[in-house]
Design a protein around this ligand. Structure first.
Ligand code: SPQ
Length: 428
């Protein structure tokens, strides 16, 4: 853990950035490539620490994975050919790795033990393990499986018809991935639409997945075949520069190759609603995941209300949207976002406490926060809580503060955006 002092003196931001690969899609490319038989090639892979944890886990299962720059190749005998790991599968800080692998390993032929870092050790796993147990999975762990370490004995699973109690792509994906190996047709009924990268990528690997009005069904026993995956840039990473471009003076930045999957693009809608100067130019040649070039300029912003079914479409962007709201005229209300409490840290408390240190007028509520703007921000020492998105929120704030922002731990940013500070230098 190393402290970082950020003294930017209110720069105007100019230039073009190519946003690094999407974290959710990078994880899935390796997971699906490992389940599939044959060779999978990936370009645009995110070399973030979370995705490297996923690679490390599958190597321990005997899958051959080569990484050359952002190109990854996965050569797998298929899920039935995996070796029983002799070491603990370490998922680091990654909720996606931990939860999706539970679904995959539950229907595998091996026994495995999985654990992660201190943050993972506090994140709820029963939301995934409960439906998996209904399918017949053998999973044990601390607090009856609520927390890591977890032990999974792969077995034959039965399909279920599952009503999701929360909007969570990780829960949905774990059940669908277990459903691939189950007897019968697995059905998942979403409470609200969550990111659909799993459904899209399963189809890319040759599986048949149906979706009608938030009801997803998948027949068990389907096998996946290796393929090529092009990973688009991560809109959740682009979000930090979208907000930076809107709140810094005399700024105009262009972000290339940004994924604009409609289940992830809530931030674009909110920026439009707040009056931001933003243009989105969709790329014609996008494959399974749509992409765009997005340009943002210094903007006069109005407060807004962010609630309801848009929340899952921007859940990871709420920390940076809260910073944006401190610079908007009037009140911004964020509600229906209690899921923030079970992320890498409690992101409601972390966002409110840290933005208050900078002088923001912000209060926490049960399921979100209320922000009154505009407020000039001042430098302060901030805690990241080891959460990459809180770290980047603090770093973007440093672009507009009077005085320096000191982050207690900036290394956590490498979880999803290792080149973040280089990109700041490129545009400032
Ligand atoms: O992987 P992890 O640690 O859960 O990462 C986060 C993030 O901020 O990067 C959440 F803390 O993203 C999740 C996201 O919030 C990634 C994800 C996925 O790839 O399926 C889905 C979302 O989580 P959930 O719990 O809503 O399914």
């Amino acid at each position: 853990m190393s402290e970082k002092v950020l003294q930017y003196d209110k720069p105007s931001l100019q230039g073009t950035l190519t946003i690094p690969g999407d974290k959710s899609i990078s994880h899935r490319s390796v997971m699906f490539g490992a389940i599939a038989t044959g060779k999978t090639t990936v370009d645009g892979f995110l070399l973030g620490e979370d995705c490297l944890s996923t690679i490390d886990c599958f190597r321990k299962l005997g899958v051959k994975i080569d990484v050359e720059g952002t190109n990854v190749s996965i050569d797998s005998p298929g899920i039935e050919g995996w070796q029983e790991p002799t070491e603990v599968l370490y998922t680091g800080n990654s909720g996606t790795t931990t939860r999706l692998m539970l679904g995959i390993l539950a229907g595998s032929t091996v026994h495995s033990v999985m654990t992660g870092d201190a943050s993972i050790g506090k994140r709820p796993m029963r939301r995934v393990i409960d439906p998996l147990r209904q399918m017949g999975a053998h999973i044990t762990g601390r607090a009856d499986g609520q927390y890591t370490p977890l032990a999974i004995q792969g077995t034959v699973l039965q399909a279920i018809d599952y009503h999701m109690p929360v909007a969570s792509a990780q829960v949905k994906s774990a059940v669908l991935l277990a459903g691939l190996r189950a007897e019968g047709t697995t059905i998942v009924r979403e409470i609200e639409v969550s990111r659909d990268h799993t459904e899209r990528m399963l189809r890319q690997f040759g599986a048949k997945v149906d979706e009608v009005d938030g009801v997803i069904s998948l027949k068990g026993g389907q096998t996946l075949t290796g393929t090529h995956v092009s990973v688009p840039g991560d809109i959740s990473s682009a979000a930090f520069f979208l907000v930076a471009g809107a709140i810094c003076e005399d700024s105009k930045i262009t972000l290339e190759n940004v994924g604009i999957n409609p289940t992830r693009d809530g931030i674009i809608e909110v920026l439009h609603n707040m009056g931001a100067s933003i243009t989105v130019m969709p790329n014609e040649d996008s494959q399974s995941e749509p992409t765009a070039t997005i340009t943002i300029e210094t903007s006069t912003l109005e407060g807004t209300t962010i609630e309801g079914d848009i929340i899952p479409r921007l859940i990871d962007e709420i920390p940076i949207l809260a910073l944006l709201a401190t610079q908007a005229n009037g009140k911004t209300i964020i509600k229906d976002a209690e899921e923030l409490k079970v992320k890498e840290t409690d992101r409601i408390t972390a966002v409110v406490d840290e933005l208050k240190k900078l002088g923001a007028n912000i209060e926490a509520t049960e399921d979100g926060m209320v922000i009154q703007g505009p407020t000039p921000l001042r430098g302060a020492s901030l805690q990241t809580y080891g959460d990459h998105r809180i770290g980047m929120m603090g770093a973007v704030a440093a672009l507009i503060t009077d005085g320096a922002v000191v982050l207690d731990d900036a290394e956590c940013i490498a979880v999803s955006y290792p080149s973040f500070f280089e990109h700041v230098e490129e545009v400032k």
